[in-house]
Design a protein around this ligand. Structure first.
Ligand code: ADP
Ligand code: MG
Length: 240
């Protein structure tokens, strides 16, 4: 079992630098795109089309980087989240896959909730599910297990997909790391960043040719990054 604590600090700094660069570069690129559009109107030209398409690619990449970084997390307020219900609704987005992939759900303690940023967590779990479906060539199974143990909330998502070579597991979560021809390598970077912001842990087990399991572990009542204020609510008798 690999645990990804080393990723936490690495991602924080990569994320901060990425956000800074992404902001600085995105704005001038957006301006250039506007002027190309004006030029295109005056004298239509395929080269201008190509230039605009390439700019769009660059701007999308920068937007993805900004999404990974903390920048987009600041606005959303933490709310009470029933992970089971959210996972159910995410699975609906993969309806077109159920002809080939069997979903096995085991949701214990469906009433248990965690506190977190709903959209961020949904995006994170969407990325995990998407990877699981993509890992399965042809027929296969995805198992989702939700349970409570020692006051911790567990979610495991297993697939019977291609698996990941041992020596590559530590690369997961590195921005731009992808083995897919059309991949971005942004999905897991977003996942790690989001889960760590929620004080969660991620464990990955994988066997080549057999499949992969992602295990997420959250504290039941989750203090957020900025949950320091909540500590003030502690009884005075806690303080010496
Ligand atoms: P992308 O999906 O765009 O490649 P991700 O960050 O989501 O980027 O994933 C990075 C890489 O991690 C993938 O390209 C793949 O090699 C590996 N990976 C992630 N999830 C799985 C999985 N469930 N099974 C096998 N490999 C996986
Ligand atoms: Mg992905």
């Amino acid at each position: 079992t690999h645990e990804h604590n080393s990723h936490q600090s690495r991602l924080a700094s990569v994320g901060q630098i990425a956000a800074g660069i992404a902001h600085e570069v995105r704005n001038p690129l957006t301006a250039v795109k506007g002027f190309l559009q004006l030029l295109q109107k005056q004298s239509p030209h395929t080269y201008l089309d190509i230039a605009q398409a390439e700019l769009d690619n660059a701007i999308t990449t920068l937007q993805n980087l900004l999404n990974i970084s903390k920048a987009d997390s600041e606005e959303e307020q933490p709310v009470k989240i029933h992970l089971c219900a959210e996972l159910e609704s995410l699975l609906n987005l993969f309806q077109d896959q159920i002809y080939r992939v069997t979903i096995e759900k085991k949701f214990e303690d469906a009433e248990v909730s965690i506190t977190g940023k709903r959209n961020q967590l949904k995006k994170a779990f969407f990325n995990i599910l998407k990877n699981a479906f993509e890992a399965i060539e042809g027929q296969g199974t995805i198992k989702i297990h939700h349970y409570i143990q020692d006051e911790l909330v567990y979610v495991t998502i297993s697939d019977t997909g291609v698996g990941i070579p041992k020596e590559r597991i530590d690369l997961l979560g590195t921005p731009f790391y992808t083995t897919k021809s059309e991949g971005t390598g942004m999905g897991l970077a977003y996942v790690f960043s989001t889960i760590y912001q929620h004080n969660g842990r991620i464990e990955i087990e994988s066997e080549e040719g057999k499949g992969t399991t992602f295990k997420f572990i959250f504290p039941m009542e989750m203090p957020m990054d900025k949950g320091v204020e909540r500590m003030d609510l502690h009884y005075e008798s806690d303080i010496d």
